[in-house]
Write a protein that binds this ligand. Sequence first.
Ligand code: SF4
Length: 196
Amino acid sequence: MTTVFSEPEAVPVSYVRQYLFCPRVPWFKMVEAFEPPMPSWVEQGKRWHQKQPELQKKRQIKGLQTPYQHQPDAWVESRQYGLYGYADEVLHNSRQAVAVEYKHDKRPPSTAQKLQLIAYLLCLREQYPQHEIWGILYKGGGKKQYRVEIRPDDIERIKQVVQAIRANSQSHLLPESSAQAAQCDQCEYLRYCNDR
Ligand code: SF4
């Protein structure tokens, strides 16, 4: 099977959120092929993440008719937008499909987290063109559901971000960043950004 992954211009959906956090993060990954050692808080988040699909079986999704299938770590891709990746979970029945993302932090959903989920929804829409599509973001304790839907403005923003990521991937210069000290302090790449 030929997938969008094999297309050189295709961008992982996770890079959309990372770019919005700081354009340098996907640049380090694409150009330098560099992943820093994982700090303990990321390990903690990963363990929390791994428990979620099992918990998900006990949760009710508002508006999603039962029975439905659970697909953890679901591969999704969009030829139209040149995106691909693994959504944390996809739930689907014969006429509805929901992409689920889990985020360990307890803050309200950020724009970057919402746009990442919408990018997954754009992929899901190609896979299930006749289905009603929406996304659910679980934050912190995983008790509160935030419903996310595709809006035209968000599609335009995602297109811009994907273009910018592609352009940066062609450059060997560290991209400009407006990241503030609070962002850099929680960033795994801090030791590798010489100007911070
Ligand atoms: S340390 Fe700051 S400038 Fe460097 S990649 Fe992280 S957020 Fe961006």
